[in-house]
Design a protein around this ligand. Structure first.
Ligand code: GLN
Length: 569
C-alpha cells in the first residue's frame, strides 16, 4: 500500500520544492483536532478517546500531534514544563499526549507521529542550506506549511483515519503555521476526506447559576479568522448541557445541533469513549464522511474497564518516591500503569506521592512508609534527592515491602545494595561526579573502544540517551521469567547511564541478581532479590507499554504483591 497520500517532488529548474497534491488511491481520512477558550481541556485525551471509538466501529486509526514550540523535541524540556516525555518504540522523545493515544488505541506511536515547530524549521532550513529551494525566497507559506503537510501525510499505512491534534490554543501566534497547513489540507482533501473538530469549554458561573456558551463562538471566530470552519464542536462542561444551549451554540457556530457534542466530566478517563458515544460523536463523524452508522460500536472492552475501575474489591496503597512531585503529569504513564495493575487485580490503587528529599531532611521520615503496601521509585535525572531514594530502597529491602525500581529507581537500588551489603561504601553513579566505585556509569567508562554505544560525558544533551525499544534476555527460573512467561522481551529505554556489569558477582553474593541482560550480555536490564517477597528493578520503562485493556505484567505482579502485603500489614 502507498505510504503517503501526497508526495513532494523536486521540480526541475528554479522552482524548487513544490507541494503537489497527488492522489495515490488510499482513502485515509484526516480529522484535525484543535482547542480553544483555555488550555488544558484535555485535547490529547479527547483525540485518544475518539480514536478508540472509531476503532470500536472497526476502523484502523493513527494519531498524530503537532506541537507549536521551538524545541526540536521535548526531550530537553524539564518535566515541569511539559510533563512526561513519551519515548516511542523507534526511539523518539515525544509529547506525553502520545501516551494517551497508545493507552486508548493500543497503536504504537512512531517518530513520525509527533512534530514540533522546531523540527519543521530545522528541516526547512537544512533544505535551504542544501540548495533544495534553488533560488526561491523561503517563506512560512508555502515552504513551512508544505513541510507541515508533508509530516502530517507521511509514513502512513493506509489507515482509515488519521487523527491529528494541534497543540496549543487557537489564537496563539505560534500555532498559526499549523492552522494554515491544516486549512490547506482540508481544502485539498475536501470534506469527504477531512474534518475539523474543535474542543471548547462551557464554564459554569455559580453566581448566575448558568453554563456560559459565549466563549465557544468567540473561539470559533478565531478559527474562522484563519479560514477553518469546524465541523464538530466538543464542549467540555462539568454538568449536562441543556438542549437550548446546544441549539444556541449550533446557531452561532454554523454547525448542526447534532454536531455539538457534550464532553462532560467523568468518573474515570476510561469512560470517555463511552461518554462520547452517548453524546453521538461517532455517529456524527460517520455521517460527515458518509459512512454507515446503523450498527452499534463494540464498546464492551471499555464498559468492562470502567466497571473494574469504579467497583474495585479492595484497595492498596503505593508510595511513589520521586522528584517531580509538584507536577504529577511528569509521571502520567506511571500513574496509569499502576491503575492498570489495579484493574488486573480488581483493586483500587491509592497513590501517595512523596518527594525523596523528605527522606534526607527528616530523620523520622521513614514513618511515611510504615503503612504502604508497595514502594515505587520511578525514573529521574540528577543528584538532588538521590540519598532519599537510596534510603527508601534500603527500607523496602530490609522491611520486605514490595519494591519496584524503574530506571533511576533500579540504579538507586543497586547503589544501595552495593553500599550496604557488598561492602562498597563509596558506590555511586558517575552521573553525580567521579566515584571510586561506579556501580552505575557510562558504558564507555568500563568498556572503552566499544563501537556499538557512543556516549560520553561531553555528548550533547539532546537525543544522546539510549532511547527506544531494546531486546532483553531473561534468566530462566527468575521471578521476572514467571511474570513475563517469556525469555526474550522488548522494552523501551530512556537513560544515559547503565548498571556496571563488573559488579555482578559481588552483588550476587549479597543476594541481588541480574535477571535480565542485553543480548550481548553487557548491560544489566533487570535486577531482583530472590529472597525478598518482591524486589525488582528494571532499567527500562515498562509503564510506557501498559494499557488498561492489557495491563503490563510487571505492574500486574507488583500490585498483586502489594495486595499480599496488605494482608500482612
Ligand atoms: N538519570 C539516569 C540515567 O540517565 C536514569 C534516567 C531515567 O530514570 N530515565 O541513566
Amino acid at each position: 500500500m502507498p505510504r503517503a497520500l501526497f508526495a513532494f517532488f523536486l521540480k526541475g529548474g528554479a522552482a524548487g520544492l513544490i507541494w503537489r497534491n497527488v492522489e495515490v488511491g488510499s482513502m485515509t481520512r484526516f480529522i484535525f483536532i484543535t482547542g480553544g477558550v483555555v488550555s488544558s481541556l484535555g485535547k490529547g485525551l479527547a483525540s485518544a478517546a475518539l480514536g478508540a471509538l472509531l476503532q470500536a466501529r472497526g476502523y484502523r486509526v493513527r494519531l498524530r500531534k503537532l506541537d507549536p514550540y521551538l524545541n526540536v523535541d521535548p526531550g530537553t524540556m524539564s518535566p515541569y514544563q511539559n510533563g512526561e516525555v513519551l519515548v516511542t518504540e523507534d526511539g523518539a522523545e515525544t509529547d506525553r499526549d502520545l501516551g494517551h493515544y497508545e493507552r486508548f488505541t493500543g497503536v504504537s506511536s512512531r517518530r513520525s507521529d509527533n512534530v514540533t515547530t522546531g523540527r519543521i524549521y530545522s528541516t526547512v532550513i537544512a533544505r535551504e542550506r542544501h540548495g533544495d529551494y534553488l533560488g526561491a525566497t523561503v517563506q512560512v507559506i508555502p515552504h513551512v506549511t508544505d513541510a507541515i503537510k508533508e509530516f502530517v501525510t507521511a509514513d502512513l499505512d493506509a489507515e482509515d483515519f488519521v487523527l491529528c491534534e494541534i497543540g496549543g490554543t487557537v489564537g496563539d501566534i505560534e500555532s498559526l503555521p499549523f492552522l494554515e497547513a491544516i486549512r490547506q489540507l482540508g481544502n485539498e482533501l475536501g470534506p469527504g476526506r477531512s474534518m475539523f473538530v474543535h474542543l471548547t469549554l462551557l464554564p459554569y458561573i455559580p453566581s448566575a447559576g448558568e453554563l456560559k456558551t459565549k466563549p465557544t463562538p468567540h473561539s470559533v471566530k478565531e478559527l474562522l479568522s484563519v479560514g477553518i470552519q469546524p465541523d464538530l464542536l466538543l464542549c467540555r462542561s462539568d454538568r449536562p448541557i441543556p438542549d437550548a444551549e446546544r441549539r444556541k451554540i449550533a446557531l452561532f457556530c454554523n454547525v448542526s445541533e447534532a454536531a455539538v457534542i457534550p464532553a462532560l466530566d467523568v468518573a474515570t478517563i476510561y469512560r470517555v469513549p463511552v461518554s462520547y458515544h452517548e453524546g453521538g460523536m461517532d455517529i456524527q463523524v460517520c455521517r460527515h464522511f458518509g459512512l454507515e452508522h446503523d450498527h452499534e460500536p463494540d464498546l464492551g472492552r471499555w464498559h468492562d474497564i470502567v466497571e473494574r475501575v469504579l467497583q474495585p474489591e479492595g484497595e492498596v496503597t503505593i508510595a511513589v518516591v520521586g522528584k517531580y512531585m509538584k507536577l504529577l503529569d511528569a509521571y502520567k504513564s506511571l500513574a496509569e500503569a499502576l491503575a492498570h495493575g489495579g484493574i488486573a487485580n480488581n483493586v483500587r490503587v491509592r497513590l501517595e506521592w512523596l518527594d525523596s528529599e523528605v527522606f534526607e531532611k527528616e530523620e523520622t521520615a521513614i514513618h511515611h512508609l510504615e503503612h504502604v503496601h508497595g514502594i515505587l521509585v520511578p525514573g529521574g535525572f540528577g543528584e538532588r534527592g538521590t540519598e532519599g531514594k537510596i534510603a527508601v530502597a534500603r527500607f523496602a529491602r530490609m522491611r520486605r515491602v514490595p519494591y519496584f525500581g524503574i530506571c533511576f529507581g533500579m540504579q538507586m537500588a543497586v547503589i544501595e545494595a552495593a553500599r550496604n551489603m557488598a561492602g562498597l561504601p563509596g558506590a555511586s553513579s558517575s552521573e553525580f561526579g567521579a566515584t571510586s566505585d561506579p556501580v552505575v556509569g557510562l558504558m564507555t567508562e568500563w568498556n572503552k573502544g566499544n563501537e556499538v554505544v557512543h556516549r560520553d560525558t561531553d555528548s550533547e544533551m539532546g537525543g544522546t540517551m539510549r532511547l527506544g525499544s531494546y531486546e532483553c534476555r531473561i534468566a530462566p527460573g527468575s521471578r521476572v521469567h514467571g511474570i513475563y512467561h517469556a525469555l526474550t522481551i522488548h522494552e523501551r529505554h530512556r537513560h544515559r547511564y547503565e548498571v556496571n556489569i563488573h559488579y555482578q558477582e559481588r552483588l550476587k553474593a549479597t543476594g541481588l541478581v541480574f535477571s535480565g541482560m542485553s543480548p550481548d550480555g553487557l548491560l544489566p536490564e533487570i535486577v531482583e532479590i530472590p529472597a525478598h517477597p518482591w524486589f525488582i528493578g528494571v532499567q527500562f520503562h515498562p509503564e510506557l507499554k501498559s494499557k488498561p485493556f492489557a495491563p503490563h505484567p510487571l505492574f500486574t505482579a507488583f500490585i498483586r504483591a502489594a495486595v499480599e502485603q496488605s494482608r500482612l500489614v
